[in-house]
Design a protein around this ligand. Sequence first.
Ligand SMILES: [Fe+2]
Length: 140
Amino acid sequence: MSTVSENRALVAKLNRALGLEMRAEVMYAHYAEYVKGINRLYLKTYFEAEATESFTHAGSVRHAINQLGGEAVTDRDTTPIRHTTDYQVMLQEVLKTEQLAAETYHGILQMVTDNEELYDAIEQIYFAEVRSVEELNQLI
Ligand SMILES: [Fe+2]
């Protein structure tokens, strides 16, 4: 990052990712509680693991923002979390969330090609989001 405005744009994009992770945390925790039927046997654990992963990703992104001298947002992305007890609806909502996360991190990667440490950190998260999308495409 060579200029203040580039740095500001990067912090804004990281804050967008952070808001999405905080929303994902709540969404997964909510769905882990409300998922019904035989699939609960598997999906409750899956959603809980994904909530934990979102929490971890949020921590990494928050750290990156702080390292850049930025201020991390504390409010989650405002996109409503759809309440349902139907696991198929949940998985569709989750897929949309993961696709958006993957796109967001992909965009961030383009902005940090000159910062090896940050690139590596974001790439790890990006790969995790892509794996989630691939897994969901198998589940749905
Ligand atoms: Fe994530």
